[in-house]
Design a protein around this ligand. Structure first.
Ligand code: SF4
Length: 77
């Protein structure tokens, strides 16, 4: 994990998700599922620093802590 990701992770509020819910529900938790995500360059259309919300990092966080750093601006069409 990069230093900037560690630094940003410390100030984030993360929400616990039960394993049962993670396994049974179609959770929306990452930039890759968001309408504002730019797949061509991995950036957020709203200009937010999005490393912690990217799918790989969200899954790492969940595997380590059982929590996701949900983005409050995530939107799906
Ligand atoms: S709004 Fe949030 S979830 Fe959507 S791309 Fe930007 S940082 Fe990611």
């Amino acid at each position: 994990m990069s230093e900037s990701l560690k630094k940003n992770s410390r100030s984030l509020i993360k929400d616990a998700v039960k394993a049962r819910d993670f396994n049974n529900l179609n959770l929306i938790y990452s930039c890759e599922q968001c309408s504002y995500f730019q797949p061509q360059n991995g950036l957020c259309n709203l200009g937010f620093p999005n490393q912690v919300h990217r799918q790989d990092n969200q899954l790492k966080s969940y595997n380590m802590s059982g929590k996701f750093a949900f983005c409050r601006y995530l939107e799906i069409d």
